[in-house]
Design a protein around this ligand. Structure first.
Ligand code: ATP
Length: 289
């Protein structure tokens, strides 16, 4: 039995003016990965490829060791999917939508659904068309959680939500899971979302993986070195993974805090890099706002 919930290897997909370039990352069972990148970086395309909704040019996708095309039915039975535009019928109530969808799942948990509906304050007797984007996201999430999926895939789950519910959702998500073995892949362009729940982060830029790493690795090895040009002169360029320039010096993102400590002058200050620092500065030279 593999201990990976998801393994994406050498994935390629081409649209006019856009290409996914050998995308490779993996998510161990029971963990949460944030797929982060600016608009158009390819997050939704990767998620659609995992769900086998579009064709790829190359690459392999395995979900709990199963090939997502050859074993499509078995793979989909284990995935709970929340897409940013859920395709529910507009004129049907939430209760009837649920009634139509639930029989397709082997492990439907009606009690859990009703519990989530209460917690999320879902108006089950109302029609889909009367709901806000945030409410629809909550509904889609309740459906995904109630079939006790082993892997939840959430495409921009927080995008239509107000900040209060966004925080609640991110805090509560792990508590909502029935099983500690449940794995989650969620895409976002809001880096503060990652700080709250992600155990792993995959950063996408222009269809390529700029970084895939665990939070622990980022915490232990990545840092921001702050100082004037003189203090930073000893820091060898290979240690520079990104730069933010100020009127009075520079902040350098480094992936090797130990080497930075050994080589930097006393005028430099070394701070822990937040996920936001890593995502914003990686491979970039950013002028200070
Ligand atoms: P967002 O945060 O805006 O949702 P994203 O990272 O999810 O962005 P994708 O939706 O995967 O990005 O899109 C990546 C690129 O592929 C974009 O340039 C988009 O215009 C293009 N693209 C996506 N789907 C198609 C399609 N069906 N036909 C042509 N181009 C497409």
């Amino acid at each position: 039995m593999t201990n990976q919930a998801l393994e994406v290897t050498g994935l390629r997909k081409r649209y006019k003016g856009f290409a996914l370039k050998d995308v490779t990352f993996s998510l161990p069972r029971g963990y949460v990965m944030g797929l982060v990148g600016p608009n158009g970086a390819g997050k939704t395309t990767i998620i659609k490829l995992i769900m086998n909704l579009v064709r790829r040019e190359a690459g392999e996708i395995r979900v709990f060791g199963l090939d997502n095309r050859r074993d499509e039915a078995a793979v989909k039975a284990r995935i709970g999917f929340v897409y940013d535009e859920p395709g529910f019928h507009q004129d049907v109530t939430l209760a009837d939508t649920k009634r139509a969808i639930a029989p397709f799942y082997r492990r439907w948990n009606e009690r859990l659904f009703q519990d989530l509906a209460r917690r999320f304050e879902l108006p089950l007797r109302h029609k889909v068309k009367t709901l806000s984007q945030g409410m629809l996201t909550k509904f889609a999430l309740a459906l995904a959680l109630a079939h006790e999926a082993d892997l939840l895939i959430l495409d921009e789950p927080t995008s239509g939500l107000d900040p209060v519910f966004r925080r609640e959702l991110l805090h509560g998500l792990s508590g909502l899971l029935q099983n500690e073995e449940t794995s989650i892949l969620f895409s976002t362009h809001i880096t503060t979302d990652l700080e709250r729940i992600a155990d792993y982060v995959t950063v996408l830029r222009d269809g390529a993986v700029a970084l895939t790493a665990s939070r622990d690795e980022l915490r232990e090895r990545w840092a921001i070195v702050r100082g004037g040009d003189e203090a930073l002169a000893a820091l060898a360029p290979p240690l520079w993974r990104g730069v933010r320039r100020h009127a009075y010096g520079v902040d350098v993102l480094t992936s090797d805090v130990e080497a930075a400590r050994r080589t930097c002058g006393t005028g430099a200050v070394i701070d822990r890099a937040s996920l936001d620092d890593v995502v914003v500065l990686l491979d970039r030279e950013v002028p200070h706002a």
